[in-house]
Write a protein that binds this ligand. Structure first.
Ligand code: CA
Length: 228
């Protein structure tokens, strides 16, 4: 049975959605705020997440991004709910990694149809977040391949993970510590210079001139930033 987590602070709506889903054979779990939602996503590993955008504390868009960045949860399909129906919200919702979008007030019949549709295409679905694209670089997360100008660039596993981490946070400085934690894992004992060595290898493969890097720049005393 598919398990659906509903993160919604309007309890009446949450209960109505849950009841509708249960009547169709789904298992349901609810959470009334973002933090609780995140805990339940991690603990319960739902098959689908129905996520309200306006939540007390951690909001739905931020929660969606967190879920998408974590490889343990990034595959979970997400349907966003919102009271606001502007195009801007829709774009923000989809950019944050949501699979679908429902504007309140929610019609239960439509809700169910959307849930079914998203669940149907859930396995191996080509979602927006499968590809990270920057200029002539395309990184396929599920295929674990990187293309530059359409030509595949062969990367080692760690080089790939490192590049994915950098590309996910384009324009943001990532410290060596953070990179070590995300790419090599919390418990893995690795010298911080390992990061520098892998950055150098990546530059040799991706930069036009590795001695004058433009894509992955060094921020002295801090770490590295992916520029494009
Ligand atoms: Ca709300």
């Amino acid at each position: 049975m598919a398990k659906v987590l509903i993160v919604e602070d309007e309890l009446t709506l949450a209960n109505n959605l849950a009841e509708k889903l249960r009547s169709e054979g789904y298992l349901t779990i609810t959470a009334a705020d973002g933090e609780q939602g995140l805990e339940k996503v991690r603990a319960e590993r739902p098959d689908l997440l129905v996520l309200d955008i306006m939540l007390p504390g951690l909001d739905g868009l931020s929660l969606c991004r967190i879920i998408r960045r974590d490889t343990a949860t990034s595959h979970i399909p997400i349907i966003m709910l919102t009271a606001r129906g502007t195009e801007v919200d829709k774009i923000v919702g989809l950019e944050s990694g949501a699979d679908d979008y429902i504007v309140k007030p929610v019609a239960l019949g439509e809700f169910l149809a959307r849930v079914r549709a998203v669940m149907r295409r859930a396995p191996g679905r080509p979602v927006l977040q499968d590809e990270l694209i920057s200029n002539d670089l395309t990184l396929s997360l599920t295929g674990r391949r990187v293309y530059k100008d359409g030509d595949e660039i062969k990367l080692s596993n760690k080089e790939f993970d490192l590049l994915a981490e950098l590309m996910r946070h384009k324009g943001v400085v990532l410290s060596r510590d953070l990179i070590l934690t995300k790419v090599w894992g919390y418990d893995y004992f690795v010298d911080k210079r390992t990061v520098d060595v892998h950055i150098r290898w990546l530059r040799e493969k991706l930069e036009t001139d590795a001695s004058d890097p433009r894509r992955i720049v060094t921020v002295r005393g801090v770490g590295y930033r992916f520029e494009g």
